[in-house]
Structures are given as C-alpha cells and as structure tokens.
Design a protein around this ligand. Structure first.
Ligand SMILES: [Zn+2]
Length: 234
C-alpha cells in the first residue's frame, strides 16, 4: 500500500477517535438536563410557597386593621351612651355596639384561621427551601464531577488533535483537501475498506476490476457511488 493511503487511514482513525470524543463531550453536557429541570422546579416551588405566605400575611394585616376600626367605632358609641337623652336612643346604640362586637368576633375567628394558614405556609416555605438546597447540592456535585470528566476528554482530544496535525502534514494539500471534503459531505468517514467486494461506506458492490486496482494499493481510488476513498487491508 502506498504511503498516501497509509497516511489517510491513520488520519481517518484519528478523526474517528476525535469525533467520538467530541460526541461524548456533547452527550455529557446535555446529560444533566433532567437534574437542571428538577432544580429549576424546586426554585419555582420556593417562590410559590413564599408568595402564598406573603399573601396570607397581608390578609391577616388587613383583618387586624378591620378589628382596630371596629374597636374605634365601638369606643365612640360607648362614649355616646353617656350623652343620649332617651332610653330608645340608648337601646339603639347598644344594639349597634352589640352588632359591631359580633362582627369583631367573626373577624377575629377569621384571623385565627388565616394565621394557621400562615403558619402552614411558613412551614411549607421551610420544607421546599430544604428540598431546594438539597437539589442544588446534588446538581453542584454532579456538575463538578461532569466538569472533571469533560477535562479528561478534552485532554485526550488535544492529544489526538496533535497527532492529527502530524498526520495531515504528511499529506499533499490536494489529498488532504479531498479527504476533508469527503468527510464533510459523508458524515465523517472519508476512507473505507473494501470487504467482500463491497464498499464499507455505502455497501454497494464494486466492479471486480476496481477491486483489483484497489487491492494493488498504488492509486487513490474512490467508490463510484459514495465517493469515499477505498483501500483493502491485507
Ligand atoms: Zn461507497
């Protein structure tokens, strides 16, 4: 086999390894997607729980203001009790005060209920925050682990790329260009073996005369169907 073919085969081997490493790096980068989604969901649950807690607190504050207003009104009416002229007016004011007291009782009951809800919401915030923190830790640990693996892959890739440069330097430019063009068009595989008379790139049966020529290993010959460079390893 001539040196050009030998060099092309070496180049292809290196490129296949580099492609594989690149693919593994890509896969690794996307492998934490589900963890990232889970972490984002946790963050959202925290925000939602905080919003519920806030809503509750605001509601309680509003109700407390209502109680204050009812107290003020009752205080005012009680003050007026001393100044009324008739029994009827006195009775009417007392009914008014009693109604206000009923209303106040109801609001206070509501406050107790709402405060219970606030307490639940507060506990929920604590629970989802704890879950969120755990999820963050898991994600960070996995990301650190992943980063290490990626660094290893990149180191390997740099070595292979260095070897590739040496392999390319041994080729004439026209041949290197041809190889690169086929690789671009044919999804990474530019030079393939002939086995059982067929191209191992596109698996078409090759004319016997072509196979004989390829076996000699003298010329650079292409598959007539897929255009890949052919060789026979014997
Ligand atoms: Zn082919």
């Amino acid at each position: 086999m001539n040196d050009d073919l030998q060099n092309l085969i070496t180049l292809q081997e290196l490129d296949s390894v580099i492609d594989g490493l690149r693919l593994r790096e890509e896969e690794m980068k996307t492998s934490l997607e589900s963890e990232k989604v889970a972490a984002a969901e946790c963050e959202q649950r925290v925000e939602e729980a905080k919003a519920r807690n806030q809503e509750c607190t605001v509601l309680v504050r509003g109700l407390e203001t209502d109680v204050q207003e009812l107290d003020d009104k009752m205080e005012k009416y009680r003050g007026q009790l001393n100044d009324v002229k008739s029994n009827r007016e006195y009775a009417s004011l007392q009914i008014e005060i009693s109604n206000l007291q009923d209303k106040k009782d109801r609001v206070e009951e509501q406050i107790i209920k709402e405060m219970e809800k606030c307490e639940e919401a507060k506990l929920e915030v604590q629970a989802v925050e704890a879950a969120r923190d755990k999820e963050r830790q898991v994600l960070q640990a996995k990301e650190a682990e992943q980063q290490k693996k990626i660094e290893v892959l990149r180191g390997k890739k740099r070595n292979e790329e260095g070897a590739r440069e040496n392999a390319v330097a041994k080729l004439r430019k026209i041949l290197a260009d041809k190889y690169n063009n086929i690789r671009t068009v044919r999804g990474g595989l530019a030079i393939v073996e002939v086995k059982g008379g067929s191209c191992q790139g596109c698996f078409i049966n090759l004319p016997p005369q072509l196979v004989i020529e390829v076996r000699k290993g003298v010329e650079i010959l292409d598959c007539y169907s897929c255009g890949r460079i052919l060789y026979i390893n014997e």
